[in-house]
Design a protein around this ligand. Structure first.
Ligand code: SAM
Length: 351
């Protein structure tokens, strides 16, 4: 097999084997079909990747426009799904390409609150704030902005948040150090900033988030449905644009008597270093008038000013950063480490 696109699809399929046998089967079938690969080549070069094309096919299935594919996905029937995916690609090439061209692939963005909750509550405790305004940068669908409205249980017996929430998350603690137990103060503003935000109250946007998950991952799908439903009951203010440009408007949305807490989860790696430094500068500028906190969960060395504690990127975990900007100083600390986007976390700071 010399066709590079065929190789990309085959490798994607092989890598999906453990998490999605359905996508393994579909991607490998596409890699072996010259006609399907030719149809995929109708998409712009950067939109031919399996994550985009499979999500576009899934989107058409969820929209009721590809019933045979929808039925095969529903039945988790790999053979039928492979055949239906090829047929859909050939018969609806323009529609698949149109969805792929219009949309950016989204990762599973649920569950971040298990990491964010203790760090935001700790930020508020440190400055004595009894109200916070959340500003999530690179927010995508803004699911992080419900951090105070979910319940979280940790495998060390600790729990945080709302035990009666319809969204219940769990996370495993690594090491002996307990999480801070403080409850989050009142959240008086929820602002999401993204150059391409997803509005969960918009049917097409919400379907695209679902389409970006494999159809045979019921736990992830259930978690996404629950988090989207919760978000839809109190939609955040979504500001569209570049973070550096839009942040002043976001700060303006936080009442003067509340602590603005900016959050970033795996968002800054797509910023150039210069852009990350400009982002930091924006936080510093906002602190001319009041204290500002920034909670980050980013790869090692990605969040500027947040110490790496000698960790290396190659270890594959992320650092939970807590930075406090005042008029005269920036104090930034690595308060934790996390793995698998927060499914596991180690707290490092004194509780
Ligand atoms: C990898 S996603 C992370 C989404 C989410 N925070 C999470 O935890 O999964 C990065 C997000 O940052 C947004 N983004 C990238 N560059 C941006 C910029 N310069 N300004 C605002 N948003 C940006 C993208 O549109 C995308 O939604």
């Amino acid at each position: 097999m010399t066709d590079p696109l065929a190789q990309v699809y085959r490798r994607f399929g092989e890598a999906a084997a453990e998490t999605s046998p359905l996508y393994e089967r579909v991607a490998v079938a596409l890699s072996e079909s010259d006609a399907a690969l030719h149809a995929i080549e109708a998409a712009p070069a950067r939109k031919r990747h399996p994550t985009v094309i499979l999500a576009a096919l899934h989107d058409l299935a969820l929209a009721g426009r590809a019933p045979a594919l929808a039925a095969a996905y529903e039945a988790a029937d790999g053979d039928a799904a492979a055949g239906a995916a090829i047929d859909t690609l050939l018969e609806m090439t323009d529609s698949v390409v149109a969805v792929a061209a219009r949309r950016r692939p989204r990762t599973d963005e649920t569950g971040r609150c298990a990491v964010l909750y203790p760090a935001i509550a700790e930020a508020a405790r440190r400055v004595g704030a009894d109200a916070v305004g959340l500003i999530d940068v690179g927010c995508s669908a803004g699911l992080n902005l419900n951090v105070d409205r979910v319940g979280i249980t940790y495998n060390n017996g600790q729990s945080l948040g709302d035990p009666s929430s319809p969204v219940q998350l769990s996370s495993s603690i690594v090491g002996e150090r307990p999480l801070p137990t403080g409850a989050m103060p009142a959240v008086v503003a929820r602002v999401g900033v993204d150059r391409d935000p997803v509005d969960v109250t918009d049917a097409d946007d919400a379907r695209w988030l679902r389409a970006c998950l494999s159809p045979d991952q019921p736990e992830r799908i259930a978690r996404l449905e629950a988090e989207m439903a919760l978000a839809a009951t109190a939609p955040p203010l979504l500001l569209q644009g570049d973070a550096v440009e839009v942040l002043p408007d976001a700060f303006a949305g936080v009442p003067a008597d509340a602590l603005p807490v900016v959050t970033t989860t795996w968002a800054l790696s797509s910023f150039s270093l210069e852009h990350r430094l400009r982002f930091l500068h924006r936080l510093d500028e906002a602190a001319a008038g009041r204290t500002v906190a920034w909670v980050s969960a980013e790869g090692v060395g990605v969040a500027p000013a947040v110490p790496t504690r000698g960790d290396r990127r190659a270890f594959g975990h992320s650092i939970i950063g807590l930075a406090q900007f005042t008029q005269s100083a920036l104090r930034a600390e690595a308060v934790g480490r996390c793995w698998s986007r927060g499914r596991l976390l180690a707290w490092l700071a004194d509780a």
